[in-house]
Design a protein around this ligand. Structure first.
Ligand SMILES: *Cc1c(COP(=O)(O)O)cnc(C)c1O
Length: 464
């Protein structure tokens, strides 16, 4: 074993080390400044390890390898792809809606060069960024006008601020919800300069409650979709049709915060009680707002549809600039909306809809296909369990799904769940009755080999 002094002396000098041909390539990828910085760091830590007698030998290849690892970790992007094996289609913590490949490719085309974001090509002069989504949204929803902002929270703030500033907005006590984070209806209303006028009770609100609340200072009726909970039992709410009729009889606009915002009928896939946007607009509601990254399956965005005279007010409102969307979002949203021109294309190309559309037979077959990759080496069974649409939509509805239940007792469930989670890529699974469950609804078939590999590695079985 070499002594400390000899080891220290054999650490390569920086300029000699950099002569190694490996650095030509590294310089090209990372730039010479970054390469130098990381090399210095590796040599310093090597020196320290020798002094602390942590290592007794090394060679140049190891040093170069360590530099490569350092460069790769220093320049890696922390926001990365994970595999969702939870069966929750719209998982807020996992980025809500997944964007389809075709949509993403078209977006790349639109944003990797200049675009007509605010340019009217026909007329050769300044255009409006609102025009792009407006055309598709008015067509798909059957409405007069549309506008897109950053998210649904911003959409509601803008609608309330533009339509009823300094005025009372009437809301049912059964709909004063908190959606998550700090989005609470009463607080939003305060921020947008409205006066909250609560009516009814937690479980029951009648049409008269709204009418009796009207004063000279009333600005609008607001209805909020209780998208993350359901009050059961002795309940009554005023439906949208009735509320619109009451509002219009009293010359008051009606705003509906829908949250989820499906553009097509999801009943056909067994999702009940989730009204779709075109149908809701038949009520004559003045303004309806919903999210782009929930049931629509697009990017984070707040979509406002309804009457032109109110949307014109919103476009002119000072807040509009602060909550406006960028070209990535607009392009991604328009590409997603385009899919809905033909429902069959939406089922094929919008992953959120494809995942919801898989029926239990498809899912069982999919699960068996996955299990073929591991069942010779790992004990597991095909089982049924319940997943969710998630993302604050369809609150009480669980959707039946096929899961691969890992019954192999060589690794405890909580340990296996962790191994999968901290691996690369991360696989997020859930535990039920002391078994790890992999719900195949939210795993793409192209991800099967990765998941199988991670499991085989976890059980220390050589990759095949
Ligand atoms: C999700 C949701 C919101 C918030 O929408 P974001 O797009 O996340 O801002 C607001 N209201 C309702 C009813 C919702 O379900």
């Amino acid at each position: 074993m070499a002594d400390k002094k000899t080891l220290l002396r054999s650490i390569p000098k920086m300029d000699e080390l950099l002569k190694n041909e490996a650095f030509t390539e590294l310089d090209k990828i990372y730039g010479s400044k970054m390469v130098l910085e990381c090399s210095r760091k590796i040599l310093d830590s090597l020196r320290k390890d020798i002094l602390e007698e942590k290592i007794s030998e090394f060679d140049n290849d190891t040093i170069i390898n360590n530099i490569k690892c350092e460069l790769s970790s220093e320049t890696s992007v922390n926001l990365r792809r994970v595999i969702n094996a939870t069966g929750i289609v719209l998982h807020t913590n996992l980025g809500r809606a997944v964007i389809g490949k075709k949509v993403a490719e078209n977006v790349f085309n639109a944003v990797s060069g200049y675009s007509n974001l605010e340019y009217n090509i026909e007329e050769g002069k300044r255009g409006s960024r609102h025009d792009h989504a407006r055309k598709l949204l008015t067509k798909l929803c059957g409405t007069e006008d549309a506008m897109v902002v950053n998210n649904n929270a911003a959409a509601i703030m803008l609608a309330l601020g533009a339509m009823a500033k300094n005025k009372e907005v009437v809301v049912s006590r059964g709909e004063l919800v908190e959606i998550g984070g700090s989005f609470r209806v009463p607080e939003i209303m305060e921020l947008s300069g409205n006066i909250l006028k609560e009516v009814g009770t937690t479980n029951k609100t009648h049409p008269d409650d709204y009418v009796n609340a009207i004063s000279e200072n009333t600005g609008a009726f607001l209805k909020v979709h209780t998208s993350n909970f359901k009050i059961m039992g002795f309940t009554e709410e005023v439906d949208l049709d009735t509320l619109c009729k009451l509002g219009h009889e009293n010359n008051l606009p009606v705003i509906y915060d829908l949250g989820g915002g499906a553009l097509m009928d999801l009943e056909q896939f067994g999702i009940h009680d989730e009204p779709n946007v075109p149908k809701l607009l038949e009520s004559g509601v003045d303004i309806l707002t919903f999210s782009g990254d929930k049931l629509l399956g697009g990017p984070q965005a707040g979509i406002i549809v309804g009457k032109k005279k109110y949307i014109d007010l919103m476009k002119k409102h000072p807040l509009a600039r602060a909550v406006r969307v960028d070209k990535f979002t607009l392009s991604m949203l328009c590409e997603t909306l385009k899919c809905y021109l033909d429902p069959e294309i939406a089922v094929r190309d919008v992953p959120t809809i494809s995942m919801i559309a898989q029926n239990i037979d498809d899912l069982t077959a999919k699960c068996k296909k996955f299990m073929k990759l591991i069942e010779n080496d790992i004990e597991c069974v095909a089982d049924r369990d319940f997943g969710q649409v998630g993302g604050g939509s369809v609150p009480t509805q669980m959707i039946e799904s096929a899961v691969c239940r890992i019954t192999d007792s060589r690794i405890k469930a909580d340990k296996l769940e962790r191994i999968l989670r901290i691996g690369t890529p991360s696989i997020i699974a859930r535990i039920s009755k002391d078994n790890v469950l992999l719900d195949v609804r939210t795993i793409d078939e192209s991800e099967f080999p990765i998941v199988a590999d991670a499991l085989l590695k976890a059980f220390d079985i050589k990759e095949k």
